[in-house]
Design a protein around this ligand. Structure first.
Ligand SMILES: [Zn+2]
Length: 394
């Protein structure tokens, strides 16, 4: 355990998906002021500065989460900008502890200096509001990945959770957005999309992709939100990485069924009361109910690491906890960002070397990110002909 703690401190740890911005946004008081300060220890939630330091976390992707309801009611881009403001503000309030980083080189540099590099990833391409130029807008604000969909089909493509299958995969606009992300150097995130969307993204993207917070479907048969063995192979064949979600319902079939049934109960209650799921009575029911639902242990996350490694090797697995997004379903031993050493401990005991753990903790995703940057960079002048070679992204 001593060695695991020491490794967590020394290795760079990048987490693909932490829902801090939306947690803070939802927790605002009546006047719209934030009620939690993650630059200090917080009572609630899975992330704050002291716990991140304890866990050795160096660079979490802060999820700029746009719920699917904004696709209908409008305001998706505005919400995304407000959530980015919240992250920028965290760094501005505690500049000795945090900064917003935009490149893998910055992540490595600041990890060595002991600052936490906040990274930006948009969850739900609806934030683009159907306008290609908004990809550049968000890239300019520091966003380095976009999860194309969330829980419902949107104008970019189909979601794993939505049975409508509106576009039978990636839409025409989705293809143009992928091309624009390739051109600018943003990672395409295939968590949440349907299998057809994922395959079509792989066919159209010129750079490798990530799944920022998805686990292995092998352990949750039929659960399309996780990545199947065939799709893990496809992602890996193109150099990408699957960053594992820590939620018990993502890791284990029995847990998933229990959590699903409880969601259905909560929805039925909302229906019976004629209220939104966000109603206080439904929330109270849910709080009480989820305390009694099954949770796996940290060993189960290691099982998923083993599975990806067995399928495609050590180069294609990473960590995408979904801290602050999956709440009470987090495994015993991985309750918050202070607990990464427990996972390293289990992996060490299973025989993983320091070099391999480095790849899992950050090496793999930083390699993908660098490849995405490389694809975006215009080719240098061809000296022999004195011409500018065509950009690989066109
Ligand atoms: Zn998500």
């Amino acid at each position: 355990m001593q060695r695991a703690r020491e490794l967590a401190k020394r290795l760079v740890i990048v987490d693909g998906h932490i829902d801090v911005p939306y947690r803070l946004y939802e927790g605002r008081d009546g006047a719209g002021k934030l009620t939690e300060d993650v630059t200090e220890r917080t009572e609630k939630g899975d992330f704050d500065w002291p716990r991140a330091v304890e866990g050795g976390l160096d660079a979490p992707f802060m999820s700029i989460y746009v719920p699917a309801k904004y696709q209908k009611q409008g305001g998706a881009k505005r919400l995304a900008d407000e959530l980015i403001d919240i992250v920028v503000d965290i760094a501005a309030r505690a500049p000795k502890r945090f900064l917003v980083a935009r490149t893998p080189a910055e992540v490595r540099y600041w990890a060595a200096k002991g600052k936490i590099a906040l990274l930006l990833g948009i969850e739900n391409g609806a934030a683009l509001e159907g306008r290609i130029e908004n990809v550049a807008h968000f890239h300019g604000r520091g966003v380095r990945y976009v999860t194309l969909t969330h829980g419902k089909d949107n104008d970019l493509g189909d979601s794993s959770y939505d049975e409508s299958r509106t576009h039978k995969g990636l839409s025409e606009l989705g293809r143009r957005v992928v091309a624009e992300m390739n051109r600018l150097g943003m990672m395409v995130d295939v968590s949440h999309v349907s299998d057809a969307t994922l395959l079509q993204v792989l066919a159209h993207s010129r750079a490798p992709v990530i799944a920022s917070h998805s686990s292995c479907r092998h352990f949750t048969p039929g659960f399309e939100r996780n990545v199947s063995d065939d799709l893990i192979r496809e992602i890996a064949a193109r150099g990408g990485v699957v960053m594992l979600n820590f939620g018990s319902a993502f890791l284990d079939d029995a847990a998933r069924r229990a959590w699903d049934a409880a969601y259905d109960e909560a929805e039925a209650l909302a229906g019976k009361l004629g209220v939104e799921p966000s109603d206080a009575r439904v929330k109270a029911f849910w709080r009480e109910r989820q305390g009694r639902l099954p949770r796996v242990t940290v060993e189960r996350v290691a099982d998923h690491v083993d599975h990806v490694v067995k399928l495609v090797g050590i180069e294609h697995v990473g960590l995408g906890s979904d801290f602050d997004g999956v709440g009470a379903s987090l495994p015993h031993g991985l309750e918050d960002v202070s607990r990464y050493p427990n996972l390293l401990y289990v992996l060490l005991r299973r025989g993983y070397t320091e070099e391999q753990l480095d790849k899992i903790c950050s090496g793999n995703v930083l390699r993908v990110w660098e490849a995405v940057e490389e694809h975006a960079r215009p080719k240098k002048k061809d000296k022999k002909k004195g011409e500018v070679a065509p950009s690989p992204s066109r």
